[in-house]
Design a protein around this ligand. Sequence first.
Ligand SMILES: *Cc1c(COP(=O)(O)O)cnc(C)c1O
Length: 429
Amino acid sequence: MPEVYNDYFGQFGGRYVAEVLRTPLDELQAAFVEAMDDSRFSAEFDEMSATFTGRPTPMVHAANSSRELGGAEVFIKLEGLANTGAHKINNAVGQILLAGRMGKTRIIAETGAGQHGVATAAVCAKLGFECTVYMGEVDIARQKPNVFWMELFGAEVRPVASGSRTLKDAVNEALRDWAASYGDTHYLLGSALGPSPYPDMVREFQSVVGRESESQIDRMIIKAGLDLAALVACVGGGSNAIGFFSPFLDRETPRLIGVEAGGTGTGPGQHAARMGGLGRAGIVHGYKSLFLLDADGQVQDTHSVSAGLDYPGIGPQLAALGLSGRVEFNRATDREALQALQFFARNEGLIFALESAHAGAEAIKLAPQLPKTGAIVVNMSGRGDKDLFITAKELDPERWKAFLLAEAGQIPQDRGDGGSRKSRGRRMM
Ligand SMILES: *Cc1c(COP(=O)(O)O)cnc(C)c1O
């Protein structure tokens, strides 16, 4: 068992929660530690990964891009080929299997952009759990496609009307639900943050990305005589990055580079970069880490073209690894992410999620600075189909608008928003 199951990573982490949440967190910690020691649990996880998630996900050599960039060879881990389109499902599978072991029958989750909610709802559908997803009203309005998919999977999407009506308020509502329901309910937190044991647990479930990458790197990079120079991943809460990096954390090489959302600038509300001096130490959502806070210590608004990178805090382990220097942090702006999306689409036939395109942008900057004998691996944490409503608006606004207007004109008046929310997923049958 890794010796890392503890409350703190350097000065960050911990478990800062109301008394009522101590019991469910203690139970969860005990069940997690016990499961990690049980080979039957890892066999179940591997079975679901192979038959439902679609693992292993491939690693590709981005040969055309490497040639154009003219430096290190670029490789891409295609995590976006996992079912539901991103790495988030690894954590959903792990936690829902654990919830089953604990005898829980109901799963609750928070979601911002909706990606975590979609992954959670899909696994609940597969394994037969009741599913409630808390989502801010503002996010529901701007992430319609993911709300649609969650409901199609049979989940209830519960609108959150408090605070700024976004992700942080959805977390608070989910915690409130859990305090009253933990007898039969598991709270499935979506990134490597929150009160202990979530940062350890989410990292362990996402470390499947790192383990697979390690053997693919051995085959495609080391055996080919290339030097593994760097691993690059985007960082929202940090789950895809910490999972991808995890086998390499105790080594001195390769360089591990996390890329945060540089948005439109470094002013308040223009970005979501917590590292590099922009974030401040604080305690939010039950853990201590670096957050974007205003002068009064209130959580600040953030901005990113990618909805999955705009959480105001960073996972405590990555914050500590940033301060210790093992993980370097850079930023990519909205514009750089959109350019990276276009670059890899044109050169490789791959659609990066806008989140992952931040990591792609870093590879575009880094590769030309390294020798041709070097190699960089980028984690494409998700695929970009989900971003159509954002990327098409950004890259081809006029024709996209014409398309949407034509589509809207084809929806019959009397069917506009027919059917109750709960029945929508099933009314075709
Ligand atoms: C949610 C999401 C992220 C950000 O979350 P992390 O916990 O930082 O990984 C990144 N990429 C994609 C595709 C996502 O859906």
